[in-house]
Design a protein around this ligand. Structure first.
Ligand code: AN7
Length: 380
């Protein structure tokens, strides 16, 4: 049975805009499908789905640059996407293409962010989402997002890798579309982040550091920079630093990890689905995979918040930690122009930000008493 969706194909949309003389205001055509249509696998038959994903800030980070040890550091703040992570870029393409192909239900396994994104885009498009989560290992904010968007939330007694195996089996044998990053439409959508970085900087940066779980995102960045270079929109390929948590670092060890463990639950993945393409992306760039301890991850997590006012989730900070280690070891020169990709918003996992020992200064509402305790200087 055909699905009824409230979206016109993209081509009709732009025709309508012209016909009604609506100004070509970016606000009416936001989202990666509209913005980067020429580089995406979409056609007139693809529904113009959007939550206005993409176009995220590329923030200069001079204070964090000093802490990391490089001259020029920018943060690609993917936490500004509609569901708070980079997954939205690929999910909008995957869901639009699934609908185009006649699907009415999507499925994914997830450490959290993919499920939040899948749930939101399914809701937006009026189709069903089923999300398979490793029990007890998903940050509460992410779980809340899947629940509030009306996804069918299933927890499995197992880790992400086992959940993904089940999702793949279901998508192979039943009428349900898989929207994990093994779906090439996910990767295609995520290439747009690399386009944006080039569009803002005027070229590709020298170094890109980012967290790696399944390896989908590093694959997409590599592909995106390659596409832009081939289209003469940039002139070089960056060197990639792929950060893995020390307790979940299969790409560093060169072998799957049976029981991955890390505070950065987003990248608690032992057998990356995009293993080969991730290795090719990093190796061909002259870069490296790096294992960073949970302590180093949390140190970087606090540093980016305290030095730049940017709140990311722990996994996202792994890229910063790995870049700092590479600079200190002399493998990346300090005169480098680097971009750290902050893949997810810190609000997803607020418990992590609050030390158990934290207690606010509790005072009575009395200005003079507060001024005294805060050691404020009087105005005159
Ligand atoms: C914040 O949501 O795998 O290397 O199921 O949420 O492309 O897997 C999340 C991955 C980095 C790793 N940063 O990206 C999921 C999931 C954050 C993430 C990654 C994830 P990939």
């Amino acid at each position: 049975m055909p699905v009824r969706i409230p979206y016109q194909p993209l081509s009709m949309r732009s025709g309508e805009l012209e016909a009604t003389r609506v100004s070509a205001d970016q606000r009416t055509v936001r989202g990666v499908l509209a913005r980067y249509a020429e580089f995406l696998p979409i056609s007139d038959a693809t529904p113009a789905l959007s939550l206005a994903e993409g176009d995220t800030p590329l923030l200069p980070a001079p204070r964090l640059a000093q802490w990391v040890g490089v001259d020029d550091l920018h943060l690609k703040y993917e936490g500004a996407n509609p569901t708070g992570s980079f997954k939205d870029r690929g999910m909008v393409v995957a869901v639009a293409k699934a609908i185009e192909a006649g699907s009415t239900t999507i499925i994914c396994a997830s450490t959290g962010n993919t499920s939040a994104s899948a749930a939101a885009y399914a809701a937006r498009a009026g189709i069903k989402a089923v999300v398979l989560l490793p029990a007890g290992k998903v940050a509460r904010g992410k779980l809340a997002q899947a629940v509030v968007a009306g996804a069918t939330v299933v927890t499995l007694d197992g880790n992400f890798d086992q959940a993904l195996a089940v999702a793949r089996d279901l998508a192979r044998d039943y009428r349900v579309a898989l929207v994990n990053s093994v779906n090439p439409h996910r990767i295609a959508g995520q290439t747009t982040a690399a386009f944006e970085v080039c569009d803002v900087l005027g070229d590709a940066p020298e170094v890109v550091a980012l967290p790696v779980g399944n390896g989908g995102n590093v694959t997409a960045y590599s592909e995106g920079f390659r596409i832009y270079k081939a289209a003469s929109r940039s002139t070089r390929m960056p060197l990639f630093i792929g950060a893995q948590a020390a307790g979940a670092a299969p790409l560093v060890h060169g072998a799957p990890v049976e029981h991955p463990e890390t505070v950065a639950t987003a990248i608690r993945i032992g057998n990356p689905a995009s293993w080969t393409s991730a290795v090719n992306a990093v190796r061909s760039s002259g870069g490296e995979f790096s294992a960073v301890t949970d302590d180093a991850i949390l140190q970087a997590y606090h540093a980016v918040a305290e030095l730049e006012g940017v709140f990311c989730e722990p996994a996202s900070a792994a890229g910063i930690a790995a870049l700092r280690i590479a600079v200190r070891a002399g493998r990346v020169a300090s005169q480098t122009q680097a971009v750290c990709v902050l893949t997810g918003n810190g609000l997803k996992d607020p418990d992590r930000a609050m030390p158990e020992s934290f207690s606010a200064m509790a005072l009575s509402p009395d200005a003079a008493a507060l001024a005294d305790r805060l050691a404020l200087a009087p105005r005159s």
